[in-house]
Design a protein around this ligand. Structure first.
Ligand code: 3PG
Length: 203
């Protein structure tokens, strides 16, 4: 099954304290969002992926902000189940393909989408979705490139997510709104579960 079809929303999480990783993942799964992207933007990210993979078997935990083949090697060791990148160079596309994991390479323009489609890659991250043009931009891409589907992320919020999800070339959306930094700092897992449940009901 495609990564894009597992859940309507992929929470994009930034984990500053590895101790929050497991309760955070449990709250997201309990709310109905099992696919979790942990961004490699913090020192604790890889250990967070490893702990979620080991202790929350219901979650499908992957790694975001992949930029290099070294990132991929570290994520494979940590037990990541999928990879997501903000953009895609030819070298990164080769390394992601060689990883053996499902992955969503990032693209933001028709040319970038076409370069990835030439490689047979037709399920992509659209980033940064809002600043790049949002819903009208994705609608415009669907005309000439109807066979490519996206997970848009970047600037998406509960109010705008349904408009993205209504597009035929959008499989799911991603965002950080499900895991507010203050909720994580306070250990407010009930709030995270509620945000996840609201997002899971979007489609
Ligand atoms: C991403 O990496 O996908 C974005 O940083 C998501 O960020 P936002 O939901 O906070 O805009």
């Amino acid at each position: 099954m495609s990564l894009l079809d597992l859940a309507p929303v992929i929470p994009v999480v930034v984990i500053d304290d590895v101790e929050t990783a497991v309760p955070l993942a449990r709250a997201l799964v309990a709310g109905g969002l099992p696919v979790i992207e942990v961004t490699l933007r913090t020192a604790d990210a890889l250990e967070a992926i490893a702990r979620i993979a080991a202790e929350v078997p219901e979650a499908v935990v992957g790694a975001g902000t992949i930029r290099t083949s070294d990132d991929i090697a570290a994520c494979l060791t940590a037990g990541a189940k999928f990879l997501v990148s903000p953009g895609t160079t030819p070298a990164l596309a080769d390394a992601m393909a060689a990883s053996g994991l499902p992955y969503l390479p990032g693209a933001a323009t028709a040319t970038e989408v076409m370069a990835l489609a030439e490689r047979g890659l037709k399920e992509l991250k659209f980033f940064p979705a809002g600043p790049a043009g949002g819903v009208p931009y994705l609608k415009a891409l669907a005309g000439p490139l109807p066979d490519v589907r996206f997970c848009p992320t970047g600037g998406i919020r509960p109010a705008t997510a349904p408009d993205y999800l209504a597009l035929p070339n959008v499989g799911c959306v991603g965002g950080t709104w499900l895991t507010p930094a203050d909720a994580l700092a306070a250990g407010d897992w009930g709030r995270v579960e509620k945000l996840a449940a609201e997002a899971a009901a979007l489609r």
